[in-house]
Design a protein around this ligand. Structure first.
Ligand SMILES: Cc1ncc(COP(=O)(O)O)c(CN[C@@H]2CONC2=O)c1O
Length: 491
């Protein structure tokens, strides 16, 4: 028997060296080095250190309410009434009616009748009444049937994406096609589940369009590496690129998946963030699929949505859903089983999904305020996206496609050779080096393009356009001043 020395008894059982290597391999740039450095700077500012700016501006994450966007009043009224049902008792009614509109009271009562208590576990797929409202929303949006039994409510779209990818990744040789640039939930999850990302490049010169021949060459590459390519991920509208797919392009994508026997994962969390609705309207893959001929009736599609985006922006409540279309019932049963391991998605997140898909209707007492608040946020997002895009395009050595949708701009930066050399000497990617310098000089935290993937020798950054409009002029002038000084230093 090995004698246990004093030191070995005191040494850690779990160490960095002996944890799951797949976890060590995962990267998630949206909250990576830049975000960590931003937190350090926030601590310095709290100690009133003079850093040349008075606050950090988190443009690294699509987190609207962190940047002071207000929640939708009606949604919070209903949610708060469900949290403390005593407010709805007869003895409190007269008081409550002074503070809450009748339709909020009615909505909360209806939910509680279906839910019982928000403190109870719900059905693992989510509350059936809410899933019925999700199906109704989908039917009204697309004009085709939707079955609540094929809907899973989730802890944000993230957990739905992870469950579906986990289900599909049946062995280490599975390939999953993901866009470059992509939202790193996908690369991180594929890596965590020990599978293989098969990259297809979006075309920056054509407004980040998805060329079908790119899909064909990417698939051929994946298969040449011996991967069993099983799924294609489409983010529409795109993150970080903001492009919206045309119906024709979507039909070609469905034809490609059908021909190559690949399951389609349609990430549509930004479906309400559409800023050029005439030129680039949102079409769901479900609608386009159902508009195609009967040979596609068995086509397999997973569609994801979330309460974190749109004008709702309730990121922290962790709500979302995915719809299974054409998925074998036995597979759906396995998704139910894996959902039941986590018992259920949080109930307030489910309530927010219900409010997102079942908001006040014309003629309801709260409809006017609801519409006004949604409209104000929507119009402001358009103004801010255009303003920041114009600023990026006015800066030397920078070019930026406008945001057709989503919450981000992804400008390309042509960095001077000296800056690239300095970055590599510092052991950093050039765009990470630039973004860190920006953060330290201005307090503005963005994410380097290398965190999303990009064409060889091209450098980008991703910024949201979420800071409040009243701060925009200051932020834009800080960006311009920093950029000028950076180029001068490394010219
Ligand atoms: C394309 C896409 N899909 C899914 C998600 C996950 O959302 P929820 O889990 O909150 O529903 C995000 C979040 N966007 C991240 C978070 O903020 N900035 C981003 O790039 C996203 O951008």
């Amino acid at each position: 028997m090995r004698l246990k020395t004093e030191s070995s008894l005191n040494s850690k059982i779990i160490t960095y060296d002996n944890i799951n290597p797949l976890i060590k391999k995962v990267e998630y740039a949206v909250r990576g080095e830049l975000a960590i450095q931003a937190e350090r700077i926030k601590e310095q500012l709290k100690k009133e250190e003079n850093l040349g700016f008075d606050a950090v501006v988190n443009c690294n994450i699509g987190n609207p309410q962190q940047l002071t966007q207000r929640p939708i009043t009606f949604f919070r009224q209903v949610s708060s009434l469900t949290e403390y049902p005593e407010l709805l008792s007869p003895e409190n009614r007269s008081q409550v009616e002074k503070l809450f509109p009748p339709d909020a009271i009615e909505h909360a009562q209806t939910l509680l009748k279906q839910i019982g208590s928000v403190g109870a576990y719900s059905h693992s797929q989510g509350i059936y009444y809410i899933r019925k409202n999700v199906s109704k929303f989908i039917e009204e949006r697309d004009g085709y049937p939707s079955d609540p039994n094929n809907i899973f409510l989730t802890q944000g779209a993230s957990s739905g994406v992870q469950n579906v990818l986990h289900l599909i990744i049946s062995h280490p040789n599975v390939g999953i096609m993901i866009p470059i640039p992509q939202y790193p939930l996908y690369s991180a999850t594929i890596s965590l589940f020990d599978a293989n990302a098969v990259h297809y490049y979006l075309n920056e010169e054509n407004n980040w369009a998805l060329d079908i021949d790119q899909l064909n060459s990417s698939l051929a590459e994946g298969r040449a590496k011996g991967y069993e390519v099983r799924a294609l991920v489409i983010i529409n509208p795109g993150n970080p690129t903001g492009q919206c797919l045309t119906e024709q392009n979507m039909r070609e994508i469905i034809e490609f998946c059908h021909k190559e026997r690949i399951v389609l994962l349609a990430d549509e969390v930004y479906q309400a963030n559409i800023y050029q609705p005439k030129e680039y309207p949102f079409h769901s893959f479900k609608k386009v699929l159902r508009s195609m001929d009967s040979k596609y009736d068995q086509f397999e599609l997973f569609s994801f949505h979330s309460i974190s985006k749109g004008m709702v922006g309730e990121c922290g409540r962790r709500g979302g859903y995915y719809e299974c279309t054409g998925i074998d019932q036995k597979v759906i049963d396995q998704l139910y089983k894996i959902s039941s391991v986590s018992l259920c998605p949080n109930v307030q997140g489910q309530i927010m999904v219900d409010l997102m898909v079942n908001p006040p209707k014309p003629g309801d007492p709260s409809y006017e305020l609801y519409q006004k608040e949604m409209d104000e946020i929507y119009k402001s997002l358009i103004r801010r996206s255009r303003k920041l895009c114009d600023v990026f395009n006015s800066m030397e050595n920078m070019e930026c496609n406008d945001a057709q949708g989503s919450m981000y701009l992804f400008p390309r930066i042509h960095l001077p050779e000296k800056a690239i050399e300095a970055a590599l000497k510092d052991g950093k990617q050039p765009d990470e080096f630039y973004c860190l310098a920006m953060l330290n000089a201005t307090g503005i935290c963005v994410v380097p393009g290398s965190g999303f993937g990009q064409k060889e020798n091209s450098w980008h950054l991703r910024s949201t356009f979420l800071p409040p409009e009243e701060l925009f002029d200051v932020i834009c002038s800080r960006l311009e001043k920093f950029h000028k000084e950076f180029l001068k230093k490394y010219r």
